[in-house]
Design a protein around this ligand. Structure first.
Ligand code: ZN
Length: 164
């Protein structure tokens, strides 16, 4: 379980660790330009970690093509991502941050009609993420997001029907 703010640091400490652009987005809640991110059109198997504190945030099994210009995930690793109401720019949006360090990741949008198990889109800045190339294990948590297997006997019933 991820302890909230267990990897928090002061702005000056972050400034020393992060690049200027990472600091602008992760600490000052900026947004990278659409379509420019390293992981926008990237679909390898692995785990996405927080670029600031290295906490695992998303698995490649929850990443999907949204066409919006930023990496999109339909679910986060349980507890790794926190949600906050964001009223900037005259809109009410849901901001998402890394639970461990408070780093800004992006926003989550609901009910857009994407064919995903949650109908949510975690719209995440590539610069807030690092990719770790590793085998993604199926956990019981993911059983709700995987498709139920079609009963095997149905095919044999169809086949036996055909040859009667
Ligand atoms: Zn973090």
């Amino acid at each position: 379980m991820v302890e909230p703010n267990s990897k928090a640091k002061s702005d000056s400490e972050w400034q020393a660790i992060l690049s200027k652009e990472q600091f602008r987005i992760l600490r000052k809640k900026g947004t990278e330009a659409a379509g420019t991110g390293e992981y926008d059109k990237f679909y390898e198997e692995g785990v996405y970690t927080c670029a600031a504190c290295d906490t695992p945030l998303y698995k490649s099994t929850t990443k999907f093509k949204s066409g919006c210009g930023w990496p999109a995930f339909f679910d986060a690793i349980p507890g790794a991502v926190s949600r906050h109401e964001d009223r900037a720019f005259g809109m009410v949006r849901t901001e998402i941050t890394c639970t461990a360090c408070g780093g800004h990741l992006g926003h989550v949008f609901k009910g857009e009609g994407f064919a995903t198990p949650t109908d949510e889109r975690h719209c995440v800045n590539s610069i807030s993420l690092n990719f770790r190339d590793e085998k993604v294990e199926e956990t019981p948590d993911e059983s709700k997001t995987s498709k139920p297997e079609a009963p095997r006997r149905r095919l044999s019933q169809i086949l036996s029907g055909l040859f009667k």
